[in-house]
Design a protein around this ligand. Structure first.
Ligand code: WTA
Length: 580
């Protein structure tokens, strides 16, 4: 597809007049302070969960479906805004009785069931910090996060709780594990409590704790190049940016049925699966199951989804399934498509135009930015392959290594002026790491981009070794650390290898300990070991055994070189490497 060709959208495609009518004019006069009228404060205080759900109870939205849950075997549950508010109030009451206080960390380790969404809101209403985890996490990934954050409570299921039991002894601050179970008599240890019984008699009323805008609201762990995952903490004020972007980028209107396919273990599933989206009043679909083209198309058709927010790998997986699968479904309800998490290739836009009659709108952001910062908007033509333009209120620039701003066409580091409402508040327990994000008055994204003459931003790549596989951010260090715990592995270097479907796949280079030889059995064993230690998405699809790995004189493995060798590229300056 010709990348310079603008895709203009017709009124017929948009169906409704967009919320953001004129990008340029809005960006010119934009002031977050003025926009505060969009959300509710009480004497200068606010609560993000109250803003997401409870404030709508005073309006026509009270009886509107907020959550339509699609489970396995065609199970379905619908919660109106009022029902979701009451459900979360019961959880909030129970947590307060157990001793949850402002600032306590409460982790949610649940699959995408309604309890996940109600718990998130309930925790936030108490003033505690809600933290999410992927249900695919193994004990080690859990332990890293639960121990570092000093979590007080974990909410999980009877199927998943054994992974927490395995590491319980390492978690000094963990007091109780709340267990969501289908059965009346799930076996529980002394620190486990049956979630359903716990909340059964709790009141449906709760006096939501109003917070200072800069008080902590939610946190989630994300990967960098070095060290273990870091806990990125967001404050309650983030809801303002999340609300505005849900309205102006995702274009949520009251008549829309919105579906975000992201899990709340990922920041997208929080900002645009819970907070921003409900604040904007959306009816939101949650699909518990895994990817399945047939099921996904069925959901759009059955629930008349109008706005669909997904990720490039998912779109490529749908493309791979072929067009026959599409033919038996009706997509006429769709009016607006968005994508996030990794570069959206122009072919994916072409596919959606050809098959759904609509283009995908790419947008860009990070766990740390707490909300969309660069986007394509309904009323703005798309340049296929471009992430679009900065959200009004976001001042983004492209700079060289000395933080000089670069002119259009030149590749550089993407930076932003700090201070937008959803910028992370802190890195848990790690002020040094937090400070590393800022220099010379800029927030540094770690991404390399270009801007063109028309102000459109184009993603080039990461400035560091962070891997993006199927939209999941994976730190090579985590995978390397897990690999060398296997008795056969002496050294490990991990890179992201370009892949047509997943953007990148994880490739590991390992050196075996003496006495081990390479065979299929050993490979399977190593892969199984990693899956258990990390989570499904962080395991290396390819493992290559080497006699040695390239290192600096100080002994650090040089991933850059491994990658260049893998891709058959120039290995660059190797003068500082250990050549022995
Ligand atoms: C990458 C995701 C290209 C980028 C919400 C960023 C993207 C990292 C895009 C953040 C996009 C995100 N095009 N790359 N539209 N969106 N990325 O924290 O490298 O999981 O820094 O948050 O994903 O990943 P994270």
């Amino acid at each position: 597809m010709d990348q310079s060709k603008l895709i203009n959208k017709t009124k017929e495609q948009l169906k409704i007049e967009p919320n953001l009518i004129n990008y340029e004019a809005t960006a010119k006069d934009f002031d977050y302070k003025v926009m505060e009228q969009e959300i509710e404060f009480v004497d200068g205080k606010l609560n993000a969960a109250y803003n997401a759900v409870d404030r709508h109870l005073k309006t026509d939205r009270k009886d509107k479906p907020a959550l339509i849950w699609c489970g396995d075997d065609n199970q379905e549950k619908i919660f109106t805004f009022e029902q979701l508010s009451k459900f979360s109030n019961k959880i909030a009451n129970a947590l307060v009785k157990l001793g949850a206080q402002k600032g306590d960390r409460v982790f949610i380790f649940l699959p995408r069931i309604p309890e996940l969404y109600a718990s998130f809101l309930g925790i936030v209403k108490t003033g505690a910090i809600a933290a999410t985890l992927f249900a695919a996490f193994g004990p080690e990934a859990l332990s890293d996060r639960l121990a570092d954050s000093g979590t007080k409570f974990v909410i999980t299921t009877s199927q998943l709780k054994s992974r927490v039991e395995e590491i319980f002894d390492d978690l000094k601050d963990l007091q109780k594990v709340l267990v969501v179970s289908d059965s009346e008599d799930c076996e529980l240890t002394d620190y486990e409590i049956d979630f359903n019984k716990l909340i059964a008699d709790e009141s449906e009323e709760f006096d939501t704790v109003m917070m200072d805008p800069k008080d902590s609201c939610f946190m989630l762990y994300t990967s960098g190049t070095t060290g273990k995952p870091k806990g990125v903490v967001h404050h309650h004020y983030a809801i303002l940016h999340e609300h505005l972007t849900a309205k102006w980028v995702l274009d949520v209107h009251d008549s829309d049925v919105y579906w975000c396919t992201a899990d709340p273990g990922w920041v997208t599933g929080i900002a645009y699966g819970i907070l921003g989206i409900w604040s904007a009043g959306a009816t939101s679909i949650v699909h518990e199951g895994r990817f399945s083209a047939k099921e996904w198309y069925g959901i759009i058709d059955k629930h008349k989804v109008s706005i669909w927010y997904t990720a490039p790998t998912a779109i490529r997986m749908l493309m791979k399934e072929g067009v026959d699968e599409l033919k038996s479904f009706d997509f006429s309800s769709l009016r607006y498509l968005c994508s996030v998490g990794e570069p959206l290739n122009p072919e994916a836009i072409k596919w959606s135009l050809d098959n759904l009659g609509l283009p995908f709108h790419d947008n860009y952001w990070q766990t740390e930015t707490g909300g969309i910062v660069i986007a394509n908007y309904p009323n703005m033509p798309i340049k296929p392959g471009s992430m679009g333009k900065p959200f009004p209120g976001i001042h983004a620039a492209i700079v060289d290594e000395d933080f000089n701003e670069l002119p259009p066409g030149e590749e550089g580091n993407l930076v932003m002026k700090p201070g937008w409402p959803s910028m992370m508040k802190e890195v848990w327990n790690n002020p040094e790491k937090f400070n590393e994000y800022f220099k010379k008055g800029w927030y540094i994204t770690g991404d390399r981009v270009k801007v063109d003459e028309d102000g459109y931003f184009w993603f080039v790549g990461r400035a560091d070794d962070v891997i993006n596989t199927a939209g999941h951010r994976v730190g090579p260090f985590e995978v390397e650390s897990a690999l060398i715990e296997h008795p056969a592995v002496c050294e490990a270097g991990v890179i992201g290898k370009p892949d047509k479907l997943f953007g990148e796949i994880i490739k590991a280079f390992i050196v075996l300990n003496k006495g081990y030889t390479l065979n299929d059995e050993l490979m399977v064993d190593i892969k199984k070991f990693i899956k258990k230690h990390l989570s499904g998405h962080a395991y290396p699809k390819e493992i290559e055994v080497r006699d040695s790995l390239p290192k600096t004189r100080s002994g650090k493995i040089v991933r850059r070189l491994l990658k260049a060798q893998e891709l058959g590229e120039d290995t660059g300056d190797t003068s500082t490497l250990d050549k022995d």
